[in-house]
Ligand binder design. Structure first.
Ligand code: ADP
Length: 604
């Protein structure tokens, strides 16, 4: 059905062109010869890297341009030409990475390189036996000859079509023709992109995996000539007139492949190359290079299809941006991930620590309460006997007064003479009740809230509570607690407890002294209430000073070691401090603590 490539139709232009080129070749060879002298002088030939688009496999790509490479090597011996073949994306990446100086590629790919990488065409290929350079290539849509129902492009609607890739020039050229028939191959057909080499397309159609195929113009003819396909095997669909091109095409024709200069290649080198190309003597393949075409028709094709440089801006922009900054994007994504993981981890740790702290806090509070209660009970135990003695006194007095009343009543005394005695009984009973009440309050477990209290009364009460115990032990308590001390905010019982603790310790410290004394002094100054308890005992045991306030530190056989530790905790909870010093004359110890006055707290 189609014209085999073997038949050659000579173009009347070719003889004149050949003659002109022969002279040019001689000139170029002479220039090359001169240059080779330079090379022979010891300078190694500079490398010129040329990328070649492979649409029929690497070997075929090399072969197609062999005459050009042979010619360039001969004409410019000062350069060593290295050829890299690959697909369009591969070559684009190589251009982006500055690994190529020139590229021989299809017009569509050139357009992309031109827009994205400022590449420019040095020359356009020309087949001396073929069509003019502006109409050198197109695409062929073909189907098995046996499928008689497939005659026009419209017959292919909804069928399966094989092509090399969605960005192959052939597929794009054919897409435009399909669109003219109201068919968008990507939407209205099933496309099967089989990749390169394009021979795969022929195989897919032959095997029935696709109803039709899209292939670059003249490839089918070349395969028939090579014996890779049979003449009568396929029929070209939607054939267009192609007078100069000796192959059947289904599409408009576009300029031949350009020899492309990459932006950073030096103009001097480009000039040398284009000069050489224009003067190239065609080889057996009749290939030559002419002034570059303007590729406007290709631009028009891409604009119509809205592909390549004409793809909608957002899509192209975003993908380009991500691709171009992919390393930074990866770094940013990894940093964001790290930050996220770190944030989650930190918040988890913070929550865990907070929970642990809360538990520890609660445990410490319970332990503190327990300790406080234990100490209070132990103090109570120690003071119980002397308190019993103290209560006994009012009781004995009450008994005496009551017996006296009995006797007077028996003697016929009148009510008036009894009134005074009954009054005394009431006073004694009140005193006993007071002692019992205070004992009860003292052993009560829950501490009261801190409220404004009168320190004079609290301190005097504590001393009064201690008096019987001190009297029993032969200890003289010398108290200097002035009237009208300014108020403090405190739990009164806890303050009494501290004072009782210190007095009890003093009592125990002076036990061995013949003359036992304890001084308790209170004074308000500089916003605070200072209280000291001094004794004339032996002072602190050696090495004890550092550990006095540790819980369970004791030098006594029956001691608990909790009194001072607890007292310090209470003082600090009231915003004060408790400390100890051995007296100057080395007799006895002085414990001091202070509590903030209310006015001062208010000022702060
Ligand atoms: P405990 O009285 O049960 O031993 P404390 O915590 O009240 O517990 O006292 C701890 C230790 O401090 C006592 O064992 C004692 O060695 C020392 N200490 C306390 N008060 C005095 C004091 N006034 N003179 C000498 N040492 C004292």
């Amino acid at each position: 059905m189609y014209m085999p490539a073997g038949k050659v139709r000579r173009d009347p232009r070719s003889r004149a062109v050949r003659t002109k080129r022969t002279f040019a070749f001689i000139f170029a060879a002479a220039v090359g010869g001169l240059a080779s002298v330079g090379a022979a002088n010891g300078e190694p030939p500079a490398e010129v890297r040329i990328g070649v688009l492979a649409y029929r496999g690497a070997e075929s790509a090399d072969g197609a341009w062999q005459s050009t490479f042979d010619y360039l090597s001969a004409a410019l011996p000062q350069y060593r030409f290295t050829i890299t073949t690959g697909t369009a994306p591969f070559l684009t990446a190589a251009v982006a990475a500055h690994r190529l100086d020139f590229v021989i590629t299809n017009p569509g790919h050139f357009l992309e390189l031109k827009v994205d990488y400022s590449a420019s065409a040095l020359a356009t290929e020309e087949d001396l036996e073929g069509p003019p350079p502006a109409e050198a290539i197109g695409a062929t849509v073909f189907a098995p000859a046996a499928r008689a129902e497939l005659q026009t492009l419209s017959d292919l609607r909804s069928l399966r079509i094989a092509a090399a890739s969605p960005d192959a020039f052939g597929f794009r050229a054919a897409s435009r023709e399909f669109l003219d028939h109201g068919i968008d191959p990507l939407k209205n057909m099933t496309t099967d992109f089989v990749g390169f080499p394009v021979d795969e397309i022929v195989k897919a159609v032959r095997a029935g995996r696709a109803d039709a195929g899209i292939i670059r113009s003249c490839v089918l003819e070349r395969m028939v000539a090579e014996g890779a396909a049979r003449d009568e095997e396929f029929r070209v669909i939607g054939r267009k007139p192609s007078s100069d091109l000796r192959c059947q095409v289904s599409t408009r024709l576009y300029p031949g492949w350009p020899f492309v200069k990459v932006a950073q290649t030096s103009p001097a080198l480009a000039q040398q190359l284009s000069k050489a190309l224009f003067s190239m003597q065609p080889g057996a393949d009749e290939k030559a290079w002419v002034e570059p075409d303007d590729y406007a028709s290709v631009q028009d094709l891409y604009r119509t299809l809205k592909v390549g440089p004409y793809a909608p801006f957002t899509k192209l922009g975003l993908l380009d941006l991500i691709f171009e900054h992919r390393y930074w994007a990866a770094v940013v994504i990894m940093a964001a991930l790290w930050w996220l993981v770190h944030g989650v981890r930190v918040s988890y740790l913070v929550r865990q620590r907070t929970r642990e702290l809360q538990l520890a806090h609660e445990a410490a509070r319970l332990r503190g309460e327990q300790m406080e209660h234990t100490v209070r009970l132990s103090l109570m135990g120690e003071m119980a006997s002397s308190l019993a003695h103290e209560i006994n006194q009012p009781l004995a007095a009450i008994l005496t007064y009551a017996r006296g009343c009995e006797r007077r009543i028996a003697g016929g005394a009148d009510a008036d003479s009894l009134r005074e005695v009954v009054g005394r009984i009431a006073v004694q009973a009140e005193r006993a009740g007071d002692i019992v009440r205070r004992m009860r309050e003292f052993v009560r477990k829950n501490p009261a809230p801190q409220v404004p209290i009168d320190p004079t009364a609290a301190l005097r009460d504590a001393v009064a509570l201690f008096e019987p115990t001190a009297a029993n032990a032969g200890l003289e308590v010398i108290a200097d607690i002035p009237d009208g001390l300014p108020k403090i905010r405190a739990d009164r019982l806890q303050i009494e407890e501290i004072v009782l603790n210190l007095l009890q310790n003093a009592l125990e410290a002076v036990a061995a002294q013949p003359d036992r004394k304890v001084w308790i002094v209170a004074a308000a100054a500089a916003g605070r209430l200072d209280i000291s308890v001094r004794d004339n005992g032996p002072g602190l045991a050696p090495g004890a000073a550092a550990r006095l306030f540790d819980p369970f530190f004791t030098t006594k056989s029956n001691g608990l070691g909790l009194g001072l530790s607890l007292s310090r905790t209470i003082v600090e909870a009231h915003g004060g401090q408790l400390s100890v010093a051995t007296n100057a004359a080395d007799t006895g110890a002085t414990f001091r603590f202070y509590l903030p006055l209310m006015e001062d707290v208010a000022r702060a």
